[in-house]
Design a protein around this ligand. Structure first.
Ligand SMILES: Nc1nc2c(ncn2[C@@H]2O[C@H](COP(=O)(O)OP(=O)(O)O)[C@@H](O)[C@H]2O)c(=O)[nH]1
Ligand SMILES: [Mg+2]
Length: 500
């Protein structure tokens, strides 16, 4: 097994559990070396950039992983513990490594409650794009591995020798992915986002708004019919493909789908909400795209943009009826998917950034667990709404209390359109956001009708981020202060490896 690591970007595998003795690593590949050996060879290790960990190092990884997973979760056998599963990408700067870590509980006959476990695939920090780009191929392998492995552990921990063939087999499968990667492994994550829809549906205008926001726009060679731009956000390079929507181009995208649709991380699909006459044509085109994505077996998430929803007409009977019709249609053809729909207008740029931001967050492997932590924190502090924002104003995580949802009166059955919930607040937030950035202050408080917005700058290693709370009154601040450090402690690593 040791040789397999030598020629792979994968540097190690470690399985840890949290039992009575606390978090500890149980199965470690490659085998750890002693502190003495480590000291003896430290010059060589540094020079040749070898990946050697001591037991203390492995333990450190276990503690970090499992304390993050456990935080304040209490699980008993009766709970649906099997559903509590997360994948996350975490930094391990002490070893120049990044891990894809899988958290789950195992039912055993030697522990009272399910056993909390973590399993990390360690890669060299500079090769971490391998994890981001292939996460959808790695996940099923890991899940499959543990259906077998969990049974092995039911009666007690087995000897390493007994269990090693299983890990070796998994490693081989991971190396197969590495040999045929979907994207070349680079030191920087690259992502491909498509903007598609009929001509005149507002794609280019939307993109221009996004471009304007992100200064580092790099013009790339335009592909006929498709324009490719790229932006830098959150440490990643994001390629934005504007697929012209005229009929001739549409045909080309479909016939040359391998170029356009292949390996797309995300797709924004635009529908002009004012133009009911073309709904059918638009749905047809969408169905064609979905068919091809299926053929390629691609799980590209789709975000629907109902464009041109300018505020002066949005509440008119005609537009409301259009929204109803198109939502119904989209629901009919997206039976099993969760549907995300945003209404945007170029005259309210925050609607565009909100939609874009929500798309980006879909690309974060850490989103679920960050949101879980944010929810726990928010429930404890009783806030209405919490947003975690990057300095670019991207919403990295959000929490809406039932009160926040009720404020806008969304029936439970209706698919929740996040934008509709936050629109009123977000308009205000957006206005103050740029000012606040300029002010360089650590905190600002705004009164909005009956509630209060607390806006605060937070430091995560070298990165600044913002956190925003909507609360009933200012006195909440104390409670927030009490809990915030704790929350950030458990979340900072997840934020650091948000998308890259
Ligand atoms: N009123 C309004 N017009 C828009 C909006 N977005 C785009 N448009 C207009 O719709 C037309 C088509 O937009 P464009 O971005 O070129 O669409 P594309 O063909 O999909 O790229 C242009 O005249 C835009 O000015 C919007 O949010 N509100
Ligand atoms: Mg265009």
């Amino acid at each position: 097994m040791e040789e397999l690591f030598e020629y792979s970007v994968i540097k190690g595998l470690v399985f840890s559990t949290y039992d009575k003795l606390g978090p500890q690593p149980f199965y470690m590949f490659p085998e750890f070396i002693s502190e003495i050996e480590f000291k003896e060879y430290s010059a060589e290790i540094n020079e040749k950039n070898l990946f050697k960990l001591t037991l203390r190092d492995y333990t450190q990884i276990s503690i970090k992983n499992l304390s993050l997973f456990i935080s304040d979760r209490k699980i008993s056998i009766d709970d649906d513990f099997q559903k509590v599963q997360y994948f996350a990408i975490l930094p391990h700067p002490d070893f120049n490594a990044t891990s894809l870590t899988f958290f789950h509980y195992i039912r055993t006959n030697f522990t009272e409650s399910p056993l909390a476990t973590s399993f990390s695939i360690l890669v060299d920090e500079n090769s971490r794009s391998f994890l981001y780009n292939n996460i959808n191929r790695i996940k099923p392998l890991v899940l499959e591995f543990f259906t077998e492995f969990d049974i092995e552990l039911f009666n007690g921990y087995k000897k390493k020798e007994e269990i090693e063939p299983l890990f070796k087999n998994l490693l081989k499968k991971l190396i197969e992915i590495e040999k045929a990667p979907s994207t070349i492994i680079t030191s920087k994550r690259k992502m491909k986002i498509l903007f598609s829809g009929l001509d005149d549906s507002g794609k280019t205008s939307f993109l221009l708004s996004v471009d304007r926001k992100y200064s580092k726009l790099i013009g790339l060679k335009p592909t006929t019919g498709a324009k490719v731009n790229s932006i830098e956000a959150l440490g990643a390079t994001i390629f934005l493909w504007d697929l012209g929507g005229q009929l001739v181009y549409r045909k080309r995208y479909l016939s040359k789908a391998h170029i356009y649709l292949y390996e797309a991380d995300l797709l924004f699909y635009f529908i002009d909400i004012k133009n009911r006459d073309r709904f059918e044509e638009s749905i047809d085109y969408l169905l064609n795209i979905k068919k091809i994505l299926n053929e390629y077996n691609q799980q590209t998430p789709i975000i629907f943009i109902l464009s041109k929803g300018d505020s002066d007409i949005l509440n008119s009977d005609e537009i409301q009826e259009n929204v109803r019709i198109i939502k119904k249609k989209l629901r009919e053809i997206n039976l099993d998917d969760s549907l995300e729909i945003h209404i945007t207008s170029i005259f309210q740029i925050f609607t565009i950034l909100r939609a874009f931001s929500s798309g980006i967050s879909k690309l974060s492997p850490n989103r679920e667990i960050i949101n879980y932590n944010l929810k726990t924190f928010s429930m404890k502090t009783n806030v209405y709404l919490t947003l975690l924002l990057s300095t670019d104003g991207l919403v990295l995580a959000d929490f809406y209390s039932s009160e926040a949802k009720k404020l806008i009166e969304i029936p439970e059955s209706e698919l929740i359109n996040v934008f509709e919930i936050t629109a009123p607040q977000f308009a205000i937030i957006y206005k103050i956001f740029s000012k606040f950035k300029a002010l360089q202050k650590e905190e600002a408080i705004f009164k909005v009708a009956d509630s209060v917005i607390i806006f605060r700058k937070i430091n995560i290693t070298d990165n600044n981020m913002f956190i925003l709370f909507l609360v009933d009154d200012e006195s909440k601040e104390e409670l927030i202060d009490e809990q915030l450090d704790y929350f950030l402690d458990y979340t900072k690593d997840l934020l650091l490896r948000y998308i890259s």
